[in-house]
Design a protein around this ligand. Sequence first.
Ligand code: FMN
Length: 194
Amino acid sequence: MPVDQGRVDPIPPWRPLLRGARQREGRAAGSGWLQLASVAHDGTPRVRTLVFRGWSPSGDLELLTDARSEKPSELMHQPQVELCWLFRKAREQFRLRGAAALITPGQDPTGLADHWQKLSPHGRSVWAWPNPGELLSEAGPWPRDVVDGEAVPPHLLLLRIHLSQVEQLDLKPHPHCRRRWQRHDHWCEQRLNP
Ligand SMILES: Cc1cc2nc3c(=O)[nH]c(=O)nc-3n(C[C@H](O)[C@H](O)[C@H](O)COP(=O)(O)O)c2cc1C
């Protein structure tokens, strides 16, 4: 199932399962939080939580981050990532592997503006704070909200993860159900020992 730029692929079979697990979480805080693992410049692992922001038209998983944080330069150096998404109520884990593409407002003004407008005023505020990861600057600015209509900050960065493999582990049945789908195999389902 090759992907051309902008091409809309059929929905892969694991997507409805992921959606089902998300729906089961209901309005629980954290249902859209996933862990992004990457490799730092010195070859050691890094992992942190990000918010799932949706799917691109070509089926890539979208995340938003700050170009001033450490992960963008790490991802430019080594774009291969793994995401871990835990659904507590469904008792399911999804592990998603892929390659990260970094998209700036200059490269895709409309796409980034869409994401920026969809953020809540409170959610936007972190992009108005001082450089992440530097020693605390007491003077700020530390706004609580960034109102609608504010310009897209140049350091808003869209991460598009082009997935190559998805694995689900469902702890509900006995024995546990473990399945894998790979893009090179046209997302054909394989059952694995849990
Ligand atoms: C619940 C939660 C959600 C978060 N969502 C995001 C997010 O969507 N984007 C982001 O860049 N950082 C998010 N963060 C902060 C990251 O986990 C991380 O601390 C920050 O991006 C700096 O990471 P880095 O130094 O590895 O670049 C979130 C943290 C938490 C606890």
